[in-house]
Design a protein around this ligand. Structure first.
Ligand code: 5AD
Ligand code: SF4
Length: 468
């Protein structure tokens, strides 16, 4: 067979799989089911929507139950505990497969890009049918077809890619909001981080493809989009016709019918004044900035290869707060990086105090083999890390509480996102700054923007009342 492009080729394999699945349906007298389980970040969640899109097109019915005909784990390896979770769940899956030998188990995503992981899976988890990585998720139908006709295990892992395959099917978890990839990979090589090794070099999508996708989403009822990339602030630099992230945002702002724009993640070293200006003027870009700090110690930031110091970071936060009042600033912080002293840690506490984060994700440093930090001396003892982690968490939490309190009593625009599962008659939604509010309202309002008075700040969320 010859194909003019990859999309056409994959559509051919989707068709071939569809025929095989039809035969099984007739054999079983029922539809086949597929369960995609996602570990890790928003990027993986987005990839899973694409994977499920391909499987739906093939004829699988989506299910959350791992007693399915096909189970696919989309894995994460950013910290060791993400890997451990997958190994744990695989034990459980093997028991299910013992009872249903026809079941197909696939593994893909970041963990599969690590050769020692695949080696371990091949040795000790021999019941896995399909293994692929981060660079070739668009191949799912082709790999599944190979597995179905050969009956043998299929493994295909690429070292990297320059290719971006557009226009394959996707299913979305929400009707009214969606993630949109604007770039893939990362070139920063922060010394603790495995992402550049497993997700490859930075590749930006063409602005036209991004805009077309968003227009299509809006035509299908989406009002909020989240632009996704490991480092959105360096978007467009490697394109044939370079364009900045701020310019991309302005073009997206012009899309009629789109109500809200979010993005993540921003690297402080690339956050431009141009972007802050565009955000300040925008009617659609949410007042939210996720700005990973990692450490407040300039000494450690240098060893982490972050390309900013404590003062530059704080100046940036100050600028954001001045130009965009009410902005919600969130962050990521790592505790226990090799060589972290009590003084370094206190610098981190100092930044947390000064930056007044609305919320912060705090992580215990995890040694990732292949990264420069894994070879660094002075790994911090576990009990010291634990103590610092607890101190950091309690500071972060007390500041978040205060910050939430500040908006109490105000009226805010809220996107109604889901039925509140705990309180009958209530729904939950998000403010522009990404905080959550629960309030009584009809389910028919899901997907709409409404005004809500924040009656009571409850620590990390609000209880509210709808107003006209
Ligand atoms: N150990 C702990 N946290 C890490 N992160 C990335 N790599 C590691 C690691 N080796 C955190 C960073 C990043 C977030 C997504 O995960 O804080 O911003
Ligand atoms: Fe990892 Fe740093 Fe890239 Fe973020 S910017 S994915 S922390 S290397």
């Amino acid at each position: 067979m010859s194909f003019t492009n990859e999309t056409e080729k994959q559509k051919y394999y989707i068709q071939k799989c569809k025929e095989l699945v039809k035969i099984k349906e007739q054999q079983y007298g029922r539809k086949l089911s597929a369960c995609v389980v996602t570990f890790g970040c928003q990027m993986n969640f987005k990839d899973s929507e694409k994977l499920m899109g391909i499987l739906s097109e093939i004829g699988y019915e989506e299910t959350d139950d791992e007693h399915a005909d096909l189970v696919l784990y989309n894995t994460c390896t950013v910290r060791e505990n993400a890997n451990l979770k997958v190994y744990g769940r695989l034990g459980y899956l093997s028991k299910i497969k013992e009872k249903n030998p026809e079941m197909i188990i696939g593994l893909c995503g970041c963990m599969m890009q690590e050769p020692q992981v695949v080696e371990k899976l091949n040795k000790s988890y021999r019941f896995i049918d399909i293994i692929f990585g981060t660079h070739n998720i668009f191949l799912l139908a082709q790999l599944l077809y190979e597995r179905l006709i050969s009956g043998h295990k299929v493994e295909d892992i690429w070292d990297g890619t320059t290719e971006i395959v557009e226009e394959l099917p996707t299913v979305r978890k929400y009707d009214f909001k969606s993630g949109v990839n604007i770039m893939y990979g990362c070139n920063n090589f922060c010394s603790y981080c495995i992402v550049p090794y497993v997700r490859g070099r930075e590749r930006s999508r063409n602005p036209e493809d991004i805009i077309d996708e968003i227009k299509q989403l809006v035509a299908n009822g989406v009002v909020e989009i989240m632009l996704l990339g490991q480092n959105v602030n360096s978007y467009g630099k490697t394109l044939e016709n370079p364009i900045t992230f701020a310019q991309l945002l302005q073009r997206i702002e012009d899309i009629e019918g789109l109500k809200r724009i979010r993005f993540m993640t921003s690297h402080p070293k690339d956050l431009s004044d141009e972007l802050i200006k565009v955000m300040a003027k925008s009617k659609k870009i949410c007042k939210q900035m996720h700005l990973p700090l990692q450490s407040g110690s300039s000494r450690l930031l240098k060893i982490m290869n972050r390309h900013y110091n404590k003062e530059q970071y704080l100046t940036l936060v100050e600028k954001l707060r001045k130009e965009i009042p009410d902005i919600g600033i969130t962050t990521d912080i790592i505790v226990g990086f090799p060589g972290e002293t009590e003084e370094d840690f206190e610098e981190t506490l100092d930044v947390v105090e000064k930056a007044q984060y609305d919320s912060a994700f705090t992580f215990i440093y995890s040694k990732r083999s292949g990264t420069p930090a894994a070879k660094m001396p002075d790994q911090v003892p576990e009990d010291v890390v634990k103590d610092r982690f607890d101190r950091l968490l309690s500071l972060v939490n007390s500041i978040s509480k205060e910050k939430t309190k500040a908006l109490e009593g105000s009226v805010q625009e809220v996107l109604v996102e889901e039925v509140n599962k705990k309180i009958p008659g209530y729904v939950s939604g998000r403010l522009s700054n990404n905080s959550v509010v629960h309030f009584p309202a009809d389910v028919s309002l899901i997907g709409s923007l409404v005004n809500v008075k924040l009656e009571e700040a409850k620590g990390f969320y609000y209880m509210g009342e709808m107003v006209d």
